[in-house]
Design a protein around this ligand. Structure first.
Ligand code: DON
Length: 584
């Protein structure tokens, strides 16, 4: 790996090829047709005007139709967000929360919307400890205490009302139709229910809605209808967010909480608000990256890792080499060590974002990088960062429209099917996102992530996340890439590798997506790899002192990339079925 920093132009080879074809066949044929590597093994979807990429086909189609009918990217995002609440119940229900990065072409404004779940006011630091003072995962993952105050309805309606053009009724209509008329159960939906059935069966509503009398999921190909969810969506279409936060749904949720020792009150719901925040921003090889600020750790660590890598020449020829994977792992583990100490809800604790992104700090963090040897995690403490005193189963979708607006959205109910319980009579599944708090400093959460005091539980606080919805701009300020992923702690490194594969390794977006991924999160001190990393590479990494473990595939990116010709090229991650990218 050379240390020089080459200016990198994605698709430089495509440009050469394009020039050659232009010379051969003439400009008229070639004028505006994007040419990709003719020998690429993976090809994206291409479109000229707008594009939608989500993890479920009905949601993609509904959102694409909105774009085609003249709606903007925000309209399409809201349509997709509500439709996924129906068609991807394991990840997108109304009882969850998330993050959105929005780019408005008019005025060229890019900002983040934080609609993350919030701890109920009565929550406190020791909420998840048992009598012995140990973290009790049953409490933080499987009880009513695991449920954070949901943000999805407030978040989507906030952006629709402020930046969309559709009426609420029109934005919710596709979701209502999908809930009422139903959609066919796919093998993937069936399999996810089969996996979660042992817990879903314990909740009367979840059992009735998701399982048959036998306790088995509905058969593949049968039509899955959700009349109670349709009713809830209709109430939201008519009365807006107040139906969820003050009206009948709020009352049903609070009654359920009171009956099951949960903490959420009417006051918690009535005071919930989405928050617009500045994105975390950084440049990388001439591109401008906008990603999610705290209370997500995603943007901070994405930019940290990119900046640590920037002095190195990651040439396309080196993609996937042991030298590159070693460098990535070392940069990743130093970022996750910082995460364990410094990240939390900025409205409650001081999160030293500027210090964590300070170039001198990042250079110092990599000063002990050894191209030949892994630095053991135990030798990497969270960095020494100046702190200002005085302040106090997830899914991603991407949308771009013809006017240049873009939305990058990741939202979640934490585990697949969240806490596996529903607000009675509403068809709405609840999250178990309270587990993203550090139940006890130093004790890992469900994703093996260690949190510190800054991510301790407190009433009204938002739990730290890894969600990394991201929009990248090129040197001419065009939206260049819209991407993000589910995957718990792996979200940040998955998103990172999409950026690197496109910007450094000059892959088209389909190849960038299907390339095998790696992940290092400091603790456990190992590189997690997907299948497809060669045994030779693995051995070379082990020789450098890394523990390497192959585990299941990571992430489910839904990405849209601008081609040199100004077209959109997009792709849904092949790692999860049922996803779809469509444009027009
Ligand atoms: O906010 C977070 O970081 C987690 N609750 C995300 C969970 C997740 O991605 C699970 N899905 N694969």
């Amino acid at each position: 790996m050379k240390m020089s920093c080459l200016p990198t132009l994605p698709f430089a080879k495509s440009a050469r090829l394009s020039a050659l074809l232009m010379a051969t066949f003439g400009g008229s044929l070639m004028a505006d047709v994007p040419i990709f590597e003719q020998n690429a093994r993976h090809h994206p979807v291409l479109a000229r005007s707008g594009m939608v990429s989500t993890q479920e086909a009905h949601a993609t189609r509904a959102a694409r139709e909105v774009l085609e009918a003249g709606g903007n990217a925000i309209d399409a995002a809201v349509v997709a967000g509500f439709a996924l609440a129906v068609t991807l119940p394991r990840a997108g229900p109304l009882g969850g929360g998330g993050f959105m990065v929005v780019h408005l072409a008019e005025g060229s404004r890019t900002f983040a919307v934080d609609y993350r779940e919030r701890a109920p006011a009565a929550a406190h630091r020791d909420l998840f400890l048992n009598e012995a003072g140990e973290a009790d995962a049953n409490k933080s993952r499987w009880s009513s205490l695991a449920v954070g105050v949901p943000g999805n309805v407030a978040g989507f309606l906030h952006v629709l009302e402020n930046y969309g053009t559709l009426s609420r009724a029109d934005a919710l209509a596709p979701a209502i139709q999908l809930a009422e008329e139903g959609f066919p159960v796919t093998p993937d939906f069936h399999a996810s229910l089969l996996f979660s059935a042992p817990r879903l069966v314990r909740d009367p509503d979840a059992r009735r809605i998701f399982l048959q009398d036998t306790g088995q999921p509905p058969p593949i190909g049968s039509i899955f209808r959700q009349p109670e969810l349709a009713k809830s969506l209709r109430m939201i279409a008519t009365d807006g967010a107040s139906a969820f936060y003050e009206g009948p749904i709020a009352h049903a949720l609070v009654e359920y909480m009171q009956a099951t020792d949960g903490l959420i009150t009417l006051e918690d719901l009535a005071t919930y608000e989405p928050i617009e925040r500045d994105t975390v921003t950084g440049t990388y090889r001439g591109y401008r990256v906008h990603s999610m600020p705290p209370p997500s750790s995603g943007g901070v660590h994405l930019v940290q890792i990119l900046k640590k890598l920037e002095p190195f020449d990651l040439s396309p020829e080196e993609a996937g080499s042991a030298a590159v994977l070693h460098l990535l792992s070392e940069a990743m583990k130093r970022a996750y060590a910082d995460r364990s100490e410094y990240l939390g809800d900025p409205d409650f604790v001081d999160v030293p974002v500027a210090s964590l992104l300070n170039p001198a700090y990042l250079a110092a963090r990599m000063a002990d990088f050894d191209p030949a040897r892994a630095t053991p995690a135990e030798n990497i403490l969270p960095g020494d960062v100046a702190v200002q005193e005085g302040g106090d189963n997830t899914t991603h979708f991407s949308v771009v429209d013809a006017a240049g607006n873009a939305v990058s959205n990741t939202y979640s109910i934490n585990f697949s099917y969240g806490v596996h319980r529903m607000i009675p009579g509403t068809g709405i599944l609840l999250n178990n996102t309270m587990d993203d708090f550090a139940a006890k400093p130093g004790v890992p959460n469900a994703y093996g992530l260690i949190g510190g005091d800054r991510n301790a539980v407190a009433g009204g606080k938002r739990m730290l996340s890894s969600m990394t919805p991201t929009i990248v701009f090129d040197a001419e300020d065009n939206v260049f890439l819209v991407t993000g992923s589910p995957g718990g702690s792996r979200i940040i490194t998955t998103t990172l590798q999409i950026l690197l594969n496109v910007i450094d390794f000059r892959m088209n977006i389909a190849a960038a997506t299907s390339a095998p991924r790696i992940h290092h999160q400091w603790l456990p001190d190992e590189i997690r790899i997907e299948e497809g990393i060669s045994p030779d590479t693995r051995r070379l990494l082990e020789q450098k002192g890394h523990r390497v473990r192959q585990q299941p595939a990571m992430g489910s990116t839904q990405s849209i990339l601008r081609t040199e010709q100004g077209w959109w090229s997009g792709v849904s991650d092949p790692r999860r079925p049922d996803a779809l990218t469509e444009g027009y």
